[in-house]
Design a protein around this ligand. Structure first.
Ligand SMILES: Nc1nc2c(c(=O)[nH]1)N[C@H]1C(S)=C(S)[C@@H](COP(=O)(O)OP(=O)(O)OC[C@H]3O[C@@H](n4cnc5c(N)ncnc54)[C@H](O)[C@@H]3O)O[C@H]1N2
Ligand code: MOO
Length: 397
């Protein structure tokens, strides 16, 4: 009996404990995940600020054809000390500058004309126009970002705007990778007949590299002693995650499971009701989670997304992702008893809606089709044939 995918993911997430935190400088924090909330240290904007280059006015004074006397100028970075907009007057102001007392609107300069008589306004104004209120974005003491948030560009900018020069983040998980197989050679080598270039760890490094510290232990041959000794070295480093590829199936040269057990790894499960990826194995030793991914390149990358990334997210205290539900862009044939992660592309259908178009290639050695995919359609176990337009769950890649 093959283990259902959802049970496997639940077991993995359950086994993935959150990692300790560390305090780091903000400029090293891109891509990291918060282990504590970020709180604003000041108001943003810290003062009522102009959103336009133009004139600060009293809205009540400004009607079409009104002429006001300019009594001063304020630019960004300067404070309009002693400058008060009294009835009949206005102040030249620039984007980002503090709005002087008395003014309650800013008129953009395109709606004005300077003349000898003063500033002519070609529009009327409502109070508040083009003024960013003090604390409009956030106020001192506000929680800007919650624990578990990954720091992308907008989050990094927000932390900086809140004047936090340091952040408390989760330690980066340490992921150790190993390819196995007598036929494998490093990229750039000259393969002899029967040999192929190892591509799995290159792909897996890209999957994990953003959030994790990745160590590549290279290629192990299908030899019990050598494989066992490399696994022993890897386990001794106590990484958070070990990912092997190949040697996971039932062939006479598939020694990974045997050598993991020989090195003290307790196997949690092996073989899933899933394609690609049936022979996946999962185990642990101490605090190290061990994933034995299948060798087929598509299987290795798909199972890394479906099973290893949830472990990494749990270690980082991140929320797990949920699939998108969108219409099929083309018919999908019926499925067998294993859940099928179908290579697909997100496209805009003739009705203008986004849909997922299956790429009719299911060979788990066919990498180029995976490289053309930007998502995987999750086709349930024993699903009947589905027509274009049927709603399906989709995992973005
Ligand atoms: N009798 C059975 N045979 C197979 C079964 C089965 O249930 N019964 N399952 C098949 C499935 S499904 C898969 S997936 C594969 C997985 O097998 P392994 O994990 O043992 O992988 P290998 O045999 O070592 O390699 C499979 C395939 O992938 C190539 N490979 C391996 N490593 C790499 C790498 N680092 N870079 C690029 N390509 C790699 C390898 O050369 C093979 O072509 O087993 C089926 N067999
Ligand atoms: O499960 Mo294998 O990964 O289908 O080819």
């Amino acid at each position: 009996m093959l283990l259902p995918v959802d049970e496997a993911i639940a077991t993995i997430v359950e086994a993935s404990a959150a990692l300790p935190s560390e305090t780091i400088d903000l400029h090293h924090a891109s891509g990291r995940t918060l282990a504590a909330p970020v709180v604003a240290k000041l108001d943003n904007p810290p003062f009522p600020a102009s959103a336009m280059d133009g004139y600060a006015v009293r809205a009540a004074d400004v009607t079409e054809g009104a002429v006001l006397k300019q009594i001063g100028e304020v630019s960004a970075g300067a404070l309009p000390i002693g400058l008060t907009v009294a009835p009949g007057t206005c102040v030249r102001i620039f984007t980002g500058a503090a709005v002087p007392d008395g003014a309650d609107a800013v008129i953009m300069q395109e709606d004005t004309e300077a003349s000898a008589a003063g500033i002519l306004f070609k529009t009327s104004a409502a109070a508040g126009r083009n003024i960013r209120k003090k604390g409009n974005d956030f106020q001192a003491g506000d929680v800007l970002l919650q624990t578990g948030t990954a720091l992308g560009p907008a989050q990094m900018a927000l932390v900086a705007a809140g004047n936090n020069a340091q952040v408390i983040v989760c330690r980066r998980p340490h992921v150790a990778l190993l390819a196995t197989g007598d036929e494998l050679l490093p990229v750039g080598s000259a393969p002899a007949p029967g040999q192929i270039i190892s591509s799995n760890t290159t792909g897996l490094s890209a999957v994990f590299g953003g959030a994790c510290n990745v160590t590549d232990f290279g290629i192990a041959p299908d030899d019990r002693a050598v494989l066992g000794s490399i696994l022993q070295t890897m386990l001794a480093r106590e990484p958070n995650v070990i990912v092997t590829t190949g040697g996971a199936s039932v062939g006479e040269h598939d020694f990974v499971q045997e050598m993991l057990i020989a090195n003290g790894v307790e196997i949690g499960f092996w073989r899933l009701a899933m394609r690609p990826g049936k022979p996946l194995m999962f185990g642990r030793k101490g605090n190290t989670l061990v994933f034995g991914l299948p060798g087929n390149p598509v299987s290795a990358l798909v199972t890394a997304q479906v099973f290893v990334l949830p472990a990494i997210r749990a270690m980082l205290g991140q929320e797990q992702t949920t699939p998108l539900t969108i219409p099929l862009g083309a018919d999908l044939p019926e499925n067998g008893s294993r859940r099928h992660y179908v290579r697909a592309r997100l496209q805009r259908g003739s009705d203008g809606q986004t849909c997922a178009v299956p790429i009719g290639e299911t060979d788990s050695g066919h990498l180029s089709s995976l490289a053309q995919s930007d998502c995987l359609i999750i086709q349930p176990e024993n699903a009947p044939a589905m027509g274009a337009g049927t709603l399906v769950d989709v995992l973005p890649l």
